[in-house]
Every structure is written in C-alpha cells, then in structure tokens.
Design a protein around this ligand. Structure first.
Ligand code: ZN
Length: 107
C-alpha cells in the first residue's frame, strides 16, 4: 500500500511526447490522461499516457490486485503538472473501513 497520494507523487512525472493510442503530440499546455501503478520498490510508475481525446476516466481492466490510478493533468515540457486522481483501484486484500470496524468489534 502506498503512503504518498498518487497525485502528489506523480506531479512533474515525465509523460513522453505522444499519445499512446492515437500518436498525437502531447505538447506544453495540453491536457493529458495517464495510468499509473504503484510498485513497492519503485513507487508510482506511469504506464500509459493519452491525449485528452483518447484518455479513459475509469480503470476498466482487471488490475490483478495492484494499486492503480487514472490521473488527469496538464503538461509542461513533457512533464505532468496539476495532477488530479480521477479513479483508483486499490488492492483487493486491503482492509476497507467496514472490515476494520468488524475486526475491532470482535475483540
Ligand atoms: Zn490520443
């Protein structure tokens, strides 16, 4: 489980220069949508970057229990700026608030 909020960790992350889907240039000032996965060893890693037209606002695929996010950002010289998390898939084995209160009340 990650300690740092993904939007914070991914601010100023490198984006690459083109959309992964349509190959359109992503230039300074363009909006970008990116998909990132959290790895214990590496922290948040950008997996895909799309232009505003191609970007998906939800995590549509099975994430194999990984902590993953879709973010929305502006770009400045191929870096993400003003990152906002728009969807997140947390690991399935992570305790939810309800699980936690159930466990606590069993004691
Ligand atoms: Zn595109």
């Amino acid at each position: 489980m990650s300690e740092i909020a993904p939007a914070t960790a991914l601010n100023s992350a490198k984006t690459g220069q083109i959309c992964d889907q349509c190959n359109q240039d992503i230039r300074t000032g363009d909006k970008a949508i990116a998909y990132a996965t959290h790895y214990v060893a590496d922290g948040w890693v950008i997996r895909r970057v799309w232009c505003d037209d191609c970007g998906d606002s939800i995590i549509g695929t099975d994430t194999d229990g990984m902590d993953e996010v879709v973010i929305d950002a502006g770009t400045l010289r191929n870096r993400l700026v003003g990152v906002t998390t728009i969807d997140r898939s947390r690991p399935k084995n992570e305790l939810t608030r309800d699980d936690l209160s159930r466990v606590l009340h069993q004691r």
